[in-house]
Design a protein around this ligand. Structure first.
Ligand SMILES: [Mg+2]
Length: 97
């Protein structure tokens, strides 16, 4: 994860894009990329084994994840910690009966 975040920081810095990365812009970008992912399923309801355009779908998932990683990174949050905390919270909220 650290390697990926470092690579993203380098990518953004080299292009001087930090100036555009406000919380609102990143949140909007997450939603836009999620919509681009949804577009692949607009008129179908396929299962994972029969996904159309696998490569393009992978790229949209990556776009969503990249903006999420940037968002947490700008917040100074640890991605691992945030995810683990949320999973643990969900485990308590949705107990196995
Ligand atoms: Mg995209």
């Amino acid at each position: 994860m650290e390697k990926i975040i470092k690579k993203l920081e380098e990518f953004v810095a080299a292009r001087d894009w930090e100036q555009f990365h406000t919380p609102k812009n990143l949140a909007i970008s997450i939603a836009i990329e999620a919509a681009e992912l949804l577009e692949h399923f607009q008129w179908n309801d396929v299962q994972f084994r029969e996904l159309p355009d696998r490569k393009a779908i992978e790229e949209e998932v990556a776009d969503v994840m990249i903006y999420c990683l940037l968002f947490l990174n700008y917040m100074g949050s640890s991605v691992e910690e945030v995810l683990m905390n949320k999973i643990q919270k969900n485990e308590k909220k949705y107990e196995v009966s």
